[in-house]
Design a protein. Structure first.
Length: 256
């Protein structure tokens, strides 16, 4: 087991014996643009074997495209473009990969801090699709960055900022106007599928539903870190599934 596996996962995450019970309920969605599939570089998949199983489960659930988005957050995850490409190549060249018909590309999930500003200013970001850049904030502390100015800087570079899982920033849960303000300044919002399913807790689920009810959601992502997360999203009930299908989401328009 890798060091990351020891720190974050305990015993090896194997999940169920197979995906026979999975149904292609996400074929309409087509693309997952937030996950931690690349092997051994963050708190997601610890090795190539697990990453291949991620892909098999994506296939079983109906996904056809996956944008890998490993963390870039110093000092916890000291990733860069070269390290991410190396992990991507190891997975793409692994025995058995060609047998899984799920297209894979890579980008990153960027933590918004001073180092992100350095990457932005030096044109070192890795956008995906239509120049989208996935970003995140601290779950526990408000950012010192001016989100309005940051969006403007990204627009000047021709980039389109996405904020990952805003429903998980509980310091905003009692101030829903902040989500409307972010949208008005050009931020695209990505909600975690598992938030809607109540995996993280009731407050996150409540905020996720609010964002959908207010038509503020642009993307939905699995944010899968473990094989067991696929069991969670596979168990989606029809009511939630139909709610998702009734909303406009950019996922299936991503050209990767």
């Amino acid at each position: 087991m890798s060091l990351l596996g020891n720190i974050f996962g305990g015993k090896k995450d194997t999940g169920p014996a197979g995906t026979e019970a999975y149904k292609p309920v996400y074929a309409w969605l087509a693309t997952d643009m937030h996950n931690h599939i690349l092997p051994g570089i963050d708190d997601g998949s610890p090795d190539v074997e697990t990453s291949l199983e991620f892909l098999r489960r994506y296939q079983a659930l109906g996904f056809r495209q996956v944008v890998a988005s490993p963390h870039i957050r110093y000092p916890q995850f000291e990733n860069n473009n070269e390290k991410i490409k190396e992990a991507f190549d190891r997975l793409e060249n692994a025995p058995g990969r060609s047998e899984i018909p799920v297209q894979l590309v890579y980008s990153a999930e960027y933590y918004l801090d001073e180092r992100f500003l350095e990457l932005l200013n030096n044109d070192r970001l890795m956008p995906f699709g239509n120049n989208y850049v996935l970003t995140e904030l601290s779950l526990g502390h408000r950012s010192f960055l001016d989100m309005d100015q940051l969006a403007t800087k990204m627009f000047e570079k021709g980039l389109r900022p996405i904020l990952a899982h805003p429903e998980r920033y509980l310091y905003w849960s009692k101030s829903p106007d902040v989500f409307h303000k972010l949208k008005s300044k050009g931020w695209l919002l990505q909600v975690n599928l598992m938030s809607l399913l109540g995996y993280y807790g009731k407050p996150e689920q409540k905020t996720a539903n609010y964002l959908f009810d207010e038509d503020l959601v642009d993307f939905i992502g699995t944010d899968a870190h473990r094989l067991k997360h696929f069991d969670v999203i596979a168990a989606i009930d029809d009511k939630i599934l139909q709610k998702l299908k009734s909303k406009y989401l950019i996922n299936n328009l991503i050209n990767i």
